[in-house]
Write a protein that binds this ligand. Structure first.
Ligand code: B1M
Length: 212
């Protein structure tokens, strides 16, 4: 089995050691990190989602698959993000309050880092106040909000409102995304843009911050 197949199968089985080993092996053999990500990791996670929706996987299977994916991402991260130049701007990123999903957010972080920005990753379950505080302290150029649950999407609007109240809304661009999020929702809550996936989020950040 090749490295990509091992990564794919390893994520489905939740075998983090297999995924780590294959990610390292692939890189050592010169397989581009983006190829390992786009052709093995992301499709594997999509399959996990399909199996969950078909009631073939339950939360424990999802959890160990997610852990395996994160282990693989940790190996790819330096390769994906290697830019070696001064950051083009600072982006505060997090999954909104009440939401613990971070796989997509971590991918967005990697892609935005890869586009040359510094990422300040606040993790998951981030309150509007914490986003505002980080934006002020780090002098962020943009804020990225991720939500995977329809029930946590309103926290995106709450965060934009909190930025407004703190008087810094016009100093930061707000990019939102996550499976249930749409451009329509972004328009409704006054976000600056919506990224369908991690690559779109990185392109949008570049565009909004005027980076070629
Ligand atoms: Co959860 N979960 N989960 N889950 N989970 C979903 C999201 C769900 C759709 C599954 C389902 O029912 N079909 C469903 C949400 C339903 C809804 O609200 N409409 C759901 C549910 C219900 C739940 C729980 C409530 C389950 C329970 O406990 N009964 C619970 C909630 C916990 C909480 O957050 N408070 C829960 C828990 C979990 C786990 C912890 C077990 C695990 C998360 C582990 C982790 O993240 N560390 C998990 C997982 C893995 C999933 C699924 C299977 C996969 C999510 C994922 O990682 N996808 C998911 C089903 C699915 O999506 N089909 C599901 C892969 C990832 C690469 O894609 O995150 O969409 P995604 O990110 C993409 C884009 O959306 C976009 O770019 C990314 C990369 O291309 N993107 C952005 C994301 N953020 C962005 C930000 C941007 C721009 C683009 O700008 C800043």
């Amino acid at each position: 089995m090749g490295h990509k197949e091992t990564i794919y199968e390893g994520i489905l089985k939740g075998d983090m050691h297999a995924v780590e080993g294959a990610a390292k092996g692939g890189l050592e053999e010169g397989v581009p990190a983006g190829e390992l990500l786009n052709e093995a990791m992301i499709p594997a996670m999509a399959e996990v989602g399909r199996l969950f929706e078909a009631n073939e996987y339950y939360v424990p299977e999802m959890l160990i698959a997610a852990r395996a994916m994160k282990a693989g991402l940790a190996i790819l991260r330096p390769e994906l993000a290697a830019s070696g130049v001064e950051p083009k701007g600072r982006v505060v990123l997090g999954t909104v309050k009440g939401d613990l999903h971070d796989i997509g957010k971590n991918l967005v972080a990697i892609m935005i880092e890869g586009a040359g920005f510094e990422i300040i990753d606040l993790g998951v379950d981030v309150s509007p106040e914490a986003f505002v505080q980080a934006a002020q302290e780090k002098k962020a150029d943009a804020i990225g909000l991720s939500a995977l649950l329809t029930t946590t999407m309103p926290s995106m609007k709450n965060t934009i409102d909190a930025l407004q109240e703190a008087g810094i809304r016009d100093q930061v661009k707000v990019v939102i995304g996550g499976a249930p999020v749409t451009q329509k929702y972004a328009d409704e809550i006054g976000a600056d843009g919506y990224g369908r996936d991690a690559a779109a989020a990185a392109n949008l950040t570049k565009k909004l911050l005027g980076v070629a």
